[in-house]
Design a protein around this ligand. Structure first.
Ligand SMILES: *[C@@H]1O[C@H](CO)[C@@H](O)[C@H](O)[C@H]1NC(C)=O
Ligand SMILES: *[C@@H]1O[C@H](CO)[C@@H](O)[C@H](O)[C@H]1NC(C)=O
Length: 351
């Protein structure tokens, strides 16, 4: 039941707090580097908001309304949700109130997550080094790191990650996210990539308050031999932990090729897990258990049907079968004892 409920909920208007977001410090204008392919919510708290965009790469004009972009959803009086943003959607997003007065403008660089450079401190892997560019002056390309996210586990050794974005600096100017700096200029450098760094951590536990969602049916596909599990509320911008039969699945294990039976999807920070074997999989967001995926023998009904629906269906099938048998029995009795009308009626009444 909860599975269906969650599916319905996630299809309905997006719940605030469910999606990663950020605040503009001065609430008027801000520049931000983010990752492509990871949902993000841009707030604008005004009634009758009108949103416009300007994509740097296509040199689109400001007259474009956000409502014409298929992966952007306007959530009235609160903001916009950009699902799976593309690197080509790097640019400016402007929110105006109903009188046409600008409320906020976001300058967003959606850095290409498919080029994410992942390193683990525990494995001695090093982040990218600073480099210089010569586009006219002396530009420095470097990674600007976000703060470390929380530890993904408490009470015991866990892992934490931080994201780093490509920035270009041309002193004395302030650093600018790479693709906002370049605009529509086509330039390729292997240094121009976002990064993710992981390290071990250990913190004490606090009490949990979240409701746990149980997914009691998932199937390993016969074709691929695997299935993707998605952690609700998970995001590359939040700490996530997966466990298989109570054993944590770590980036360290994956990056050193120790975990063969699962794959944490790097491009969404492990929000999705690819599994090849039935087991009890649990996911935690900010150390709190949010979902449990229980194993289930391959069912013959669509995944969406919950356990309850299936047992109801089974009961219906059984009733139908009993009905048919009784019906046939009645027919037979009628055929062989045409005089006993009363009895056959009685038999049929049993149904
Ligand atoms: C939106 O603005 C109103 C009025 O300024 C304020 O009361 C409300 O808390 C704000 N809502 C959010 C989600 O920030
Ligand atoms: C790279 O450049 C940034 C920005 O100037 C600086 O903060 C950082 O320390 C540099 N890193 C290295 C390894 O030199």
């Amino acid at each position: 039941m909860l599975t269906t409920l969650w599916l319905l909920l996630s299809l309905a208007a997006p719940l605030l707090g469910f999606y990663a977001s950020f605040n503009c410090p001065n609430e008027k204008q801000c520049q931000k580097a983010l990752l492509s392919d990871n949902d993000i919510f841009l707030p604008c708290n005004t009634s009758g908001a009108q949103w416009y965009f300007f994509f740097l790469q296509d040199k689109t004009s400001w007259s474009n309304e956000v409502s014409s972009v298929p992966n952007i959803e306007i959530i009235s009086e609160s903001g916009i949700l950009i699902r799976n943003p593309l690197p080509s959607q790097t640019g400016f997003y402007r929110c105006r109130d109903k009188n046409g007065i600008q409320v906020v403008q976001y300058e967003i660089d959606f850095q290409d997550v498919s080029t994410l450079h992942i390193t683990h401190k525990g494995l001695g892997q090093k982040p990218l080094r600073n480099e210089t560019l010569s586009l006219g002056g002396e530009e420095l390309i470097f990674t600007r790191w976000e703060p470390w996210q929380g530890c993904n586990r408490c009470g015991e050794r866990g892992e934490r990650k931080r994201l780093g974005y490509c920035y270009i600096m041309e002193p004395p100017q302030k650093p600018v996210p790479c693709w906002l700096y370049l605009g529509d200029m086509k330039l390729w450098s292997s240094r121009m990539r976002p990064e993710m760094q992981v390290e071990a951590c250990q913190v004490p536990c606090q009490t949990s308050t979240l409701d746990v969602i149980t997914f009691d049916n998932f199937e390993i596909s016969e074709d691929s031999g695997s299935v993707w599990l998605t952690c609700p509320q998970g995001s590359i911008y939040r700490p996530i932990l997966w466990e298989a039969n109570n054993i944590p699945l770590t980036w360290q294990g994956q990056l050193s090729n120790q975990d063969y039976n699962t794959i944490l999807e790097p491009t969404n920070g492990g929000r999705q897990l690819r599994v090849f074997e039935p087991a009890v999989y649990r996911c935690f967001v900010k150390q709190e258990l949010v979902a449990r995926f229980n194993p289930k023998p391959v069912p013959d009904l669509p995944e969406i049907l919950s356990q309850d629906a299936r047992s109801v269906l089974k009961a219906l099938k059984l009733m139908l079968l009993v009905g048919i048998v009784l019906g046939l029995l009645g027919l037979l009795l009628k055929l062989f004892h045409p005089s006993h009308h009363k009895r056959s009626n009685q038999v049929l009444l049993v149904k």
